[in-house]
Design a protein around this ligand. Structure first.
Ligand code: GLN
Length: 281
């Protein structure tokens, strides 16, 4: 696994990180978690630590099905060999282990991943998903497990220095994300172009098709590191909470996921997963 520089979740934007090879992830693929994620293998002790697990009804019996968009480093991405890795992948694996379930990862576009839990096709969506009031109206969320920031990526020689400078510019975002929602609310639908994922938005910025990209700070850093000539504005657009999305009303699953998350927070597992992917400056 490649490492990137550490930062705290709320560190200022714009720090240099080591380049990370990124591959566009078209289409949809499905696999059980392998390599890095399975290193936290289920132990019978872990499986029995959440009593609720025995009563859980999941989309596929014996499995915890996770919808994600594996083009969002360092939360979810694919390795050169096509395995899934990242903070969300390993956290989901650790939760599945505690629940005594096999983790099944379904990779799709971000907006499809949000819909997947609402339509009962996946048990959880983990994709750096921000909790918003609009989403709370159609799905439930676990307790938050991370903080995110909406950042602005621009070419190094850009005249855009503040959020207000985005007025009158073309802004690239990922379809269905909070970045898209904020920008279309603030600058109008016509100002915002929605791309399949962050990498295609950044490619559009490189090609001059948009003047800026608004995206979460952690993937922004990785995209900028991999694309010379771009920078992240020091100012942040919004601060957000990431949580695990689930279908409305499955309280047994929500309780079990929150109990597992709480254990992973208090025993330091969650922090060690974060530290593995986000290395301190
Ligand atoms: N945090 C953002 C959102 O929830 C983007 C997530 C993503 O692109 N994977 O809308």
């Amino acid at each position: 696994m490649k490492k990137i520089s550490r930062r705290s979740f709320l560190a200022a934007a714009g720090m240099t990180v080591a380049a990370l090879a990124l591959t566009a992830c078209g289409g949809s693929s499905s696999s059980t978690a392998s390599s890095a994620a399975s290193s936290a293998a289920a132990s019978s002790e872990a499986a029995s630590s959440s009593a609720a697990a025995a009563e859980l009804t999941t989309v596929e019996a014996g499995k915890l099905t996770m919808a994600t968009n594996a083009a969002f480093p360092p939360y979810e991405m694919t390795t050169d060999t096509g395995a899934f890795e990242g903070i969300d992948i390993e956290t989901a694996q650790a939760i599945a282990d505690k629940l005594g379930l096999e983790l099944q990862i379904d990779d799709m576009d971000f907006d499809a991943a949000l819909l997947s839990v609402q339509q009962g096709k996946a048990d959880i969506v983990m994709a750096g998903v921000t909790v918003t009031d609009e989403r709370l109206a159609v799905m439930d969320f676990s307790d938050s497990y991370a903080t995110g920031i909406q950042s602005v990526i621009v070419p190094e020689n850009s005249d855009i220095a503040t959020i207000d400078d985005l007025s009158g510019k073309k802004i690239g975002t990922q379809r269905g994300t909070t970045g898209y929602i904020y920008c279309s609310d603030d600058f109008g639908d016509d100002a915002v172009i929605a791309y399949d994922n962050g990498l295609t938005a950044v490619q559009a910025l490189n090609n001059g098709q948009v003047d800026a990209v608004v995206i979460d700070n952690a993937p922004a850093k990785e995209f900028v590191a991999a694309n010379p000539g771009l920078k992240i504005l020091d100012t942040s657009y919004a601060e957000e909470d990431y949580a695990i999305g689930m279908a409305k009303g499955n309280t047994a699953l929500e309780d079990a996921v929150n109990a597992a998350l709480e254990e992973l927070k208090s025993d330091g597992t969650l922090q060690s997963i974060v530290d593995k992917y986000i290395v301190a400056e």
